[in-house]
Design a protein around this ligand. Structure first.
Ligand code: GLU
Length: 419
């Protein structure tokens, strides 16, 4: 959807300026946030199964380390470019600040469609990419994690490569690992669980009962799928969902468990069939007649054209950057409440923080402790964002950015400028 004409980094800069103005900051106080601290571009040679060598482009961008080590995922996607990774890295700085965990922001990516690689090729790519970004990562420097098209298994290869090169096991170099090698219980579901907590909170604040609330979810990957399941368990009626292949609609509510089980067999939504369920387009999912819309796919899905046709009163951004700046203005004008990505999807990095804490202390938490502490942090952040927005009669996006920028700018000020 218009990816080529849209620059997420410029989107980030515009929002940064708006929120900094609301905070009454002088440009000098936040100018460094307009530039990533460090950008690394690597060319990754991979031996393919047929004996040929292919070279893939990869990146790791560190936006800010003012509040702690950089933190953020690695995505594998055929369309990524440096501006997208720069924006994603900046959003991680704000996300960690809004939930007040002691990290800065970073992001990595490899320009590849992993579905076109064999398992061996995927492992070779991951290990060589890790080796090439190795000088700038580490438990005290920059800690990667899963993102779009990457998973626990890939994080395990990153941990192993980093550890073998260093000569000892370093679990804290990456989060979202398999449990057996230092991953945290609850990490896989954490982003979706956080989306569920935040959706419940905004419904409470708007005086809408959770049970029976109609919802549409774009994206049924780890985040959208988990959010769908947990919200369904809370009694919400999920009437529309989609994946890359298309969407499903059922006015009485979809059988989320059946769809989950179907997708778990590596199948696509376009091939799903059940009584009372109709097939709709991905766009129709965004425009469906619901109370809550949860975009849980990629950036730039809600553009101006879609925004003006959205019927949901509440939008919870489970994806990173799903709404363009122009679309955001339309949603505001139409009285929609948008819970921004940097708050709504922060559950993943919060439990990544728990994983890192467990790793560096050689401790193991039980799942109940993980989920309870996650809930506490998400609700505290939601309330802070709500109050911040209210104090300036601004949107929740502005409220969240004000909380985040204020924390980062304060840290920068206390640390001073090294000359
Ligand atoms: N990729 C996730 C995000 O965008 C998680 C990052 C992390 O856990 O470091 O928030």
């Amino acid at each position: 959807m218009g990816k080529n004409t849209y620059n997420p980094y410029e989107n980030m800069l515009e929002v940064l300026d708006q929120a900094s103005n609301l905070l009454g900051l002088k440009e000098n106080e936040y100018i460094t946030l307009k530039y990533p601290e460090r950008e690394l571009k690597v060319s990754i040679p991979v031996r393919m199964d047929d004996g040929s060598v292919k070279v893939f482009e990869g990146y790791r961008v560190q936006h800010s380390s003012s509040r702690g080590p950089c933190k953020g995922g690695i995505r594998y996607h055929q369309d990524v470019d440096i501006d997208e990774v720069k924006a994603l890295a900046a959003w991680m700085s704000y996300k960690c600040a809004v939930v007040n965990i002691p990290f800065g922001g970073g992001k990595g990516a490899v320009k590849v469609n992993p579905k076109n690689l064999s398992k061996v090729e995927l492992e070779n790519l991951t290990r060589r990419y890790t080796a090439m970004i190795l000088p700038i990562i580490g438990p005290e420097r920059d800690i990667p994690a899963p993102d779009v098209n990457t998973n626990a298994e890939i994080m395990g290869w990153i941990m192993d490569t980093y550890s073998v090169i260093n000569g000892y096991t370093v679990p804290g170099v990456v989060t979202g690992k398999p449990i057996e090698i230092g991953g945290s219980l609850g990490r896989k579901e954490a982003t979706g669980r956080g989306v569920m907590f935040i959706t419940r909170e905004i419904l409470h604040r708007c005086g809408i009962p959770v049970i029976g609330t109609r919802m549409a979810i774009q994206g049924m990957g780890n985040v959208g799928g988990t959010a769908a399941k947990l919200l369904h368990n809370e009694g919400c009626k999920i009437v529309a969902v989609s994946d890359v292949s298309g969407g499903l609609y059922c006015n009485e509510g979809l059988d989320i468990n059946a769809i989950e089980a179907f997708l778990a067999q590596d199948k696509l939504i376009k091939d799903y069939d059940a009584h009372g369920v109709s097939h709709i387009s991905n766009e129709d999912v965004l425009k469906s007649e619901v109370d809550v819309l949860i975009p849980a796919a990629l950036e730039n899905q809600i553009n101006e054209e879609i925004a003006s046709q959205i019927k949901a009163g509440i939008i919870v951004e489970a994806a990173n950057g799903p709404t363009t700046v122009e679309a955001d203005k339309i949603l505001e004008r139409n009285g929609k409440k948008v819970v921004p990505d940097i708050l709504a999807n922060a559950g993943g990095v919060v439990v990544s923080y728990f994983e890192w804490v467990q790793n560096i202390q050689s401790l193991m938490w039980d799942e109940e402790e993980v989920n309870r502490t996650l809930e506490k942090i998400m609700i505290r952040a939601f309330n802070e964002v709500w109050d911040s927005a209210k104090s300036k009669n601004a949107t929740l996006r502005m409220g969240a950015y004000m909380v985040a920028i204020n924390r980062i700018v304060k840290a920068k000020k206390i640390r001073g400028l090294y000359m």
